[in-house]
Each structure stands twice: as C-alpha cells, then as structure tokens.
Ligand binder design. Structure first.
Ligand code: 13P
Length: 256
C-alpha cells in the first residue's frame, strides 16, 4: 500500500499564495511512486490549482463539498462540480462536525456523493477530549465510522480512505496534548477491526488509515511507524512548505 501524506490547508492562503506554494512544492517533489502526496486547498483555489498540478507527482483534495449534485442550496459546491478537479475530499472533519454541526447522517451522504462522483473520500473520525475522559472513545469512533460508511457498498470500500484524528490532539502545541503512538495504535486497530467485521478481512486490509493531530517533521516518523498507520493528515505543518517536504522525506525514509 502507498503511504499517504495529505496536507489540509484549512482556511489559509489566497488563491495566489496557494498557487505559489504549489509551484514550489511541484519543483521540490520527485516523482515518488509509493507515496501519495495530496494537498487540500480552499474550494476557490481548487479549479486553478487543478490546471497547474502535475497529477503524476501529487493530487488535490477538497476540504468539503455538498452531497446533492445541484439545486437550491445557496452557497454550496457539489461533489459533481468537483469531479475531475479534485481526486480526494476530506469528509467529516471534526471542524465540520463541531463548528458547522455536521452529523453522521450528513457525513454518510457526503461519503456516498464523493464516491458517486469518482472522488475518494477521506473520512475523518475521532473523539473529543471529554468523550475520551468519559470512556466513550470506542463508541464515538464506531458510530462515526459505521455511520459514515453506511452507504458504501462492499465493492466500493477500496475507494475510501479513513483518517483517525483525535480532536484533542489537533493544533496542539503542548506536548501533553500530543497523541502517544500507542494511543494511535489502539484507535487504528479498532478502526481496522470494525472494517474487518463489516466488510471482511480482504477488503478491510486494503483501506488506508491515516493519522492526524499536530503532526510535524519531528514526530512524523513515530506516527508513520505505528502498526496499521498508512499515512498522515497534516494541518498546521503543511502550511510551511519546508516542513511539509520534510515530512514527505520522513515518509520516504520510513518506507525504504
Ligand atoms: P494540525 O496538524 O494543525 O493539528 O491539524 C490536523 C488536522 O485537523 C488535519 O486535518
């Protein structure tokens, strides 16, 4: 399986800044066959960047889209409109869930809409700090995972990527709030088990599971060597080109 290095730029960069970053990244990036490099710019930058990107080297992801293809949905962009523009889409990110009130039902429809439009959903799951404190981690991950995948047919499971992002470890600067590798291992094993129980061993084995939460060049190696982790979903550190390319280098070293 490839190693996935995905940069989620969140609400950062103008279109111009995004284009300059992409230009520099493409220049710095060799053609790694076993590493899937992806960046997720704001929706407004996706179209111009899709004309600029070299898809042999890397891919683009949407950060969000709406599940209906068209209609009276003011302000939305559909997966249909992103077809051919983005290869991936982040779905169910905790910022969508907790800031914009997206529930598992919405996430489920978005996962299905992405697949229908030939876009690979990166389904994010993860517990909040209080859910962890109340011992609800297993239930939360199960609900978000099973909920998000409800409409995914067995044959389509190979079109899905899962990201485990414990909400308490996102954008954390304090060491105490970093996820320990064994905590990541435990959650990733649970995700894999749920996939095996639902879809069978063979299909479940093929699903990439990424980790996200304050990943940077210094801790990337530790997370990438956690058993069952197939890549990283990176926020803050992906905004700094040198850090993002350093993480790609770490992935390359770990892989070889
Ligand atoms: P940080 O890497 O800034 O913690 O963000 C993680 C994240 O939410 C990526 O989707």
């Amino acid at each position: 399986m490839k190693t996935y290095i995905v940069g989620n730029w969140k609400l950062n960069f103008t279109v111009g800044e995004a284009s300059i970053y992409l230009h520099k990244l493409l220049k710095a990036l060799p053609n790694y066959r076993d590493i899937e490099v992806v960046v997720a710019p704001s929706t407004i930058a996706l179209q111009p960047l899709s004309l600029q990107v070299d898809r042999h080297k890397m891919k683009l992801a949407a950060q969000n889209a709406f599940y209906r293809d068209y209609g009276a949905f003011t302000g939305e962009t559909s997966f249909l409109q992103l077809r051919g523009v983005a290869d991936y889409a982040i779905v169910g990110h905790s910022e969508r869930r907790y800031i914009f009130g997206e529930d598992d039902k919405t996430t489920q429809k978005k996962v299905a809409a992405a697949i229908r439009n030939k876009i690979t959903p990166i389904l994010c799951v993860g517990e909040t700090e209080s859910e962890r404190a109340f011992g609800e981690t297993v239930d939360v991950i199960s609900d978000q995972l099973i909920g998000g995948l409800t409409d995914v047919a067995d044959d389509d499971l190979d079109k899905v990527v899962i990201a485990y992002e414990p909400v308490w470890a996102i954008s954390s600067t304090k060491a105490a709030k970093l996820a320990a590798p064994d905590e990541v291992a435990e959650a990733v094993a649970l995700i894999r088990k749920i996939l095996v129980d639902t879809y069978g061993e063979k299909s479940a084995k093929e699903v990439p599971i990424l980790f996200g939460g304050s990943v940077n060049p210094s801790n990337a190696g530790a997370y990438l060597t956690v058993p069952g982790v197939n890549g990283l979903l990176i926020g803050g550190s992906s905004l700094i080109l040198s850090e993002f390319t350093d993480i790609i280098e770490v992935a390359k070293r770990v892989k070889s």
